[in-house]
Ligand binder design. Structure first.
Ligand code: BG6
Length: 586
């Protein structure tokens, strides 16, 4: 997912844009660029690297002009280099654009434009937007018409912002977020409220297939048929905009430590329309859960809890797989769609498919202004505050809290979670972080890490292995504990570490059996448990809580192990290579 930002006002645009990009950098950070209009000339500077690096080398913040656009890129089409970085200018150099999304028919557009003499400098799909706008502007003489014609030609998903030499800034969105910030005699455009939350809390969330033109005479919002739209102004919630690391070295560590309070915030958050939502979930014939990455692991836990306590069969599906798998997402089905950002293309794709079949959507999201929130009939908020670290941490445990609350409500409280007990236990684990940091030293040099868990602890093992992959770049694999002997045991040797998610519950002794099998082959064993066992080479103690509540608790040492291993390996856990906080392309 890329970040796009635009500004038109009376202050120097470049500094505002660069600061906005810094706050959105978690969304994608391969390369950065800014265009500003100064006099009647558009200047563009762009390069590979993070915002601070490119700002330093190209003096982005010093660019002149009070109208500008900016971009941070997460590469989809075309390698990571300064030519493919955004903004992209039209051949005439009179238009510059930044884009988030994918133009699916860019080859045919590029071929047509090449046939008309246009030259393309990059391998990106986005560049076609700039030249299509130029072509249509030269044909119609009207910026409004040029945009409407361009929109009718584009296929795929996009949010783009364009500046024109005449001083107009324009933007349009289809399936990608775009928000307008209303400042003091200034307009902001951004893919995320973080892009302008330092300057205003008044926002207009553009709807799908809507565009905005901002020029000397003010702002007009239209739909793709050119009809005017009456905007709704929303006050941005403060909790969505506080993104400071404080005394922590990294956002990831801060967000791991926030869990002692975010677990309670999610637990105590009010649910709106809950009776209707719960009735719908109880009565539906087919119930599914879906998510991507970490959110899919929360879906697996949700499935276990709903089956075990609410006696409600709920099938977990990987969001990107829904389109390829047989399912019964019809008018008797409900899909619980779990997503921290509410903007992942895979989750939105799964939701669109489900809605086409007639299914109703219950979303579990951290952002009440997200596309997923708007697509759902009911929504459960995480309320865990912005999560900047690319690897999900606090949003995961908040997703688990939401799953526990659902299971409790749908089972007539057959499970009655004591979240205060869990939060206190999490605090104890966090106070033990120095010991966990020590143990992470052992992971630094290993070639492979396996994380084993049985029953409800298997999805937690998957989540722990994902954390290690994401931020320490060590190959890690989550396994159901009993499967070790059916293959993976062949991989055990002295350079392999195995983490056992092994609290003292019904899975405990079977998981210990696996530990002996591993040790017999020279592997090292790290035990995460509330009880010690001398088979462990290292023991990470977790407090004893109600059996059913261990999954929330045991996630925290896994997060810390991954974080400290990442630091050991001199990786920046907040911005791991090749990843982005939210991937809005499929
Ligand atoms: C990945 C993120 O891009 O998307 C993960 O790096 C996340 O942290 C996954 O779990 C799904 O994102 P979301 O916002 O749909 O939960």
């Amino acid at each position: 997912m890329c970040s796009i930002i635009g500004y038109r006002g009376s202050r120097p645009a470049a500094r505002i844009i660069v600061n906005g990009l810094r706050k959105m950098e978690y969304r994608g950070y391969d390369s950065v660029g800014v265009s500003t209009l100064y006099g009647d000339r558009i200047e563009t500077r762009k390069g590979v690297g993070k915002v601070a690096e490119v700002d330093k080398s190209l003096h982005l913040s010093a660019m002149s002009g009070t109208i500008g656009i900016g971009h941070t890129r997460w590469a989809t089409h075309g390698g990571v280099n300064s030519v493919n970085a955004h903004p992209h200018c039209s051949n005439s150099m009179k238009i510059s654009i930044v884009h988030n999304g994918i133009i699916e028919n860019y080859q045919s557009i590029r071929q047509q434009l090449r046939g008309e003499g246009y030259v393309f400098k990059s391998q990106t799909d986005s560049e076609v937007i700039a030249n299509l706008l130029q072509r249509n502007l030269e044909l119609t003489g009207s910026i409004r018409e040029s945009i409407l014609r361009t929109l009718s030609r584009l296929e795929g998903s996009y949010a783009f912002i364009a500046i024109f030499e005449s001083g107009t800034i324009a933007a349009a969105r289809y399936k990608e977020p775009l928000i307008i910030g209303l400042g003091q005699s200034a307009y902001y455009l951004s893919s995320d409220v973080l892009g302008f939350s330092d300057h205003t809390e008044d926002a207009i969330f553009l709807g799908d297939k809507e565009m905005v033109l901002i020029g000397p005479s003010g702002m007009e919002i239209l739909n793709f048929d050119g009809e005017p739209i009456q905007p709704t102004i929303t006050k941005i919630e403060h909790e969505l905009t506080t993104v400071q690391k404080g005394e922590f070295s990294h956002f990831t560590l801060k967000e791991i430590f926030e869990q002692k309070s975010t677990i309670l915030r999610t637990a105590e958050a009010p649910w709106y329309d809950s009776k209707k939502m719960l009735d719908r979930l109880s009565s539906c014939k087919n119930l599914y859960l879906t998510g991507s990455g970490t959110s899919y692991h929360a879906a697996q836990i949700g499935s276990y809890l709903l089956s075990k306590y609410a006696k409600k069969r709920a099938e977990p599906m990987i969001a990107s797989e829904v389109q390829f798998l047989p399912h019964f997402l019809d008018d008797e089905a409900v899909l619980i769609a779990i997503s921290q950002s509410g903007e992942s293309a895979d989750i939105l794709g799964a939701v669109n498919l489900a809605k086409e079949g007639g299914a109703e959507i219950v979303s579990v999201v951290n952002s009440p202004t997200s596309s997923l929130f708007r697509e759902s009939s009911y929504s459960i908020g995480l309320h865990c505050g912005p999560e900047i670290g690319v690897a999900a941490t606090k949003s995961f445990t908040s997703q688990l809290v939401a799953m526990y609350r659902l299971a409790s409500q749908l089972s007539g409280r057959k499970i009655d979670p004591d979240f205060k007990e869990v939060s206190a236990a999490v605090s104890k684990v966090l106070s033990n972080s120095a010991k966990i940091r020590e143990i992470a030293h052992d992971l630094e040099a290993v070639s492979d890490v396996y994380v084993l868990g049985r029953g409800i602890h298997f999805p937690i093992a998957l989540e722990g292995s994902l954390k290690i992959k994401e931020i320490s770049y060590i190959h890690a694999e989550g396994l159901p504990g009993g499967e070790l002997k059916h293959g993976p045991l062949a991989l055990m040797h002295k350079d392999v570490s195995v983490i056992l998610v092994n609290p003292d519950d019904c899975t405990h002794s079977d998981t210990l059996t696996g530990a002996h099998e591993i040790k017999a082959r020279g592997g090292k064993v790290i035990g995460i448990s509330n009880v010690y066992n001398d088979i462990y080479d290292s023991w990470i103690e977790i407090p004893t809580v109600h059996d059913a509540m261990f999954p929330i608790l045991e996630s925290v040492p896994l997060q810390l192990l991954a974080f400290y291993t990442s630091i050991q390996k001199k990786v920046d856990p907040d911005y791991p290579r090749n990843l982005a906080k939210c991937v809005t392309v499929r």
